[in-house]
Design a binder for this molecule. Structure first.
Ligand code: NDP
Length: 480
């Protein structure tokens, strides 16, 4: 069985403890590889390697640094099929989705930040005849990057690409549930000639490896994507050490549908925004709010199409929903169905385990769930479930739907469906969300800031925001 290695100081190495964790294929419910059960000693070795590599990497001519990152992007494209397969096996997602979205977006991340780094302009401010200020931005040092399991290589590269492009060296930890693509990525870095110590990948548990990265005194900046509860722990550890922090956390995103929308587009995109990747995307619209005059028609069509979604073997190209990432996560999702019933909700469809024949007989498959008749204030409508579960509720007025949309502790993303131009902009203006899509979902422009309001996070990733996060500004004031 395959054994994953850490990538420290340019070498693939075993964990210092010699211990390994089981890595399950969630579609089969079976162990298919082992990953290092690393601890603070491995993080120490990674931090020392990253610190030692920092000077030469940060001072390398930009074009040369970018060329190495571009080479890594090319290698991801070359290995698209293999990486997509690995991601599907590791995470349970349909291989088709990994091939068309996750892996292409991973190479796009590398390419975007590699080239962006060559276009960073310096600032200067003239104080008339008195003085001139110039501002430099230098890489912050060793960056700690911690990523979740839902979009493994995509979110891993989303963090490390801007860090490396800015001249930082990195100690990174992928989720213990989905380590395989980061392991394959470390091999691509070696092939591309990334100098030793520039990127170090330490596999293992969040409470051991993640915590050790956050606590490490040589790591002054932490970029984290994951759950809000983990984000709180990280913030509590990092704040007294005055570390730079970027936290991309959970969401409970509203999908607002006005009666004057393009019905077919709103409907088909809402099916995607509800159930893509089994609903395990932080940007999924888990609360659908429909204007009352359209409500019955929307619910009936939505339920019909949800029932028709193919749930099954992720390696089958026709599959729309694969397996949930783990048994524990599946139990959590199922527990919310019970909660929704207790709260008075009506299960319009789904919620049962799906038995898939053949090799997937023990996998973690759940039929996508649509719940109606719940008030906005109930737990089902307030807490992040992070699975194939949506609620649908009617509304009567614009102010009412804005209040519903803003009623949770989260503020990551929102979608608005309407053909009324003024209303689209007005509602977008009043929503407390970091990302708002009008008549679309998940369109991504890497130049734009990305991140959440309220408990969905602190800081912004994407474009210049990410490049700035990994650098420190210094102003020099010169008397003329
Ligand atoms: P977790 O918060 O459980 O874990 C995220 C990462 O942090 C994992 O690598 C985890 O390791 C690690 N970790 C856990 N505990 C600690 C700790 N004390 N110190 C440092 N690191 C730690 O999130 P999930 O992996 O379950 O991901 C799902 C969550 O991510 C959802 O809430 C989702 O909304 C959010 N998310 C947010 C996005 C955004 O951009 N806002 C995008 C995608 C997801 P381990 O796996 O070993 O526990």
């Amino acid at each position: 069985m395959q054994q994953i290695s850490n990538y420290i100081n340019g070498q693939l190495v075993p964990p210092l403890s010699g211990n390994y964790l089981e890595n399950l294929n969630p579609a089969e419910g079976k162990v298919y590889s082992f990953l290092p059960d690393s601890d603070e000693r491995d993080v120490e070795a990674a931090a020392v390697a990253a610190q030692a590599a920092f000077l030469s990497w940060s001072q390398m001519p930009l074009a040369k640094r970018a060329a190495i990152l571009l080479k890594i992007a090319d290698l991801i494209d070359r290995d698209l099929e293999g990486l997509a397969l690995a991601e599907s096996v590791d995470q349970g997602k349909p291989v088709k989705l990994a091939k068309s979205v996750d892996i292409p977006r991973a190479s796009a991340n590398m390419r975007f930040f590699a080239t962006a780094s060559m276009h960073v302009a310096a600032e200067s401010h003239l104080m008339e005849d008195e003085a001139i200020n110039y501002t430099t931005r230098t890489p912050v040092g060793v960056a700690g990057c911690i990523s979740p399991w839902n979009l493994p290589l995509y979110l891993f590269t989303w963090k490390i690409a801007p860090a490396l492009a800015s001249g930082c060296t990195v100690v990174a930890k992928p989720s213990e549930l989905t380590p395989m693509t980061a392991f394959l990525f470390s091999k691509l870095c070696m092939e591309a000639g990334l100098p030793s110590g520039v990127l170090n990948i330490v596999h293992g548990l969040g409470k051991k490896v993640g915590q050790a990265i956050v606590e490490h005194p040589m790591i002054p900046a932490i970029s984290f994507t994951g759950g809000t509860v983990t984000g709180k722990t990280i913030a509590a550890t990092a704040a007294p050490m005055f570390k730079k922090l970027s936290l991309e956390l959970g969401g409970k995103n509203p999908n607002i549908i006005f009666a004057d929308c393009d019905f077919e587009e709103a409907l088909s995109t809402s099916i995607n925004s509800s159930f893509s990747n089994q609903g395990e995307i932080c940007l999924c619209g888990s609360r659908i709010l429909v204007e009352r005059s359209l409500y019955d028609r929307f619910v009936s069509e939505f339920v019909k199409r949800t029932r028709a979604l193919a749930v099954g073997d992720p390696l089958n190209e026709a599959t729309r929903l694969g397996a949930l990432v783990s048994e524990g996560h599946m139990q959590k999702v199922l527990s919310y169905i019970e909660l929704a019933k207790q709260e008075g909700g009506t299960i319009a469809c789904g919620g049962e385990r799906v038995k898939v024949d053949g090799r997937c007989a023990s996998g973690y498959f759940v039929a996508p769930i649509v719940i109606t008749a719940l008030p906005q204030s109930c737990r089902t409508n307030q807490e992040e479930i992070f699975g194939p579960v949506v609620t649908i509720m009617p509304f009567d007025a614009e102010e009412e739907v804005i209040a519903y949309a803003n009623s949770t502790a989260y503020g990551l993303s929102a979608t608005i469906w309407t053909n009324n131009l003024k209303r689209a902009h007005r509602v977008a203006h009043h929503l407390k969300s970091g990302i708002i899509w009008i008549n679309c979902w998940l369109l991504r422009d890497l130049r734009t800031p990305f991140g959440g309001m309220k408990q969905s996070g602190v800081g912004r990733e994407g474009g210049w925001e990410a490049m700035r996060f990994f650098t420190e500004a210094k102003n020099v004031c010169v008397k003329l």
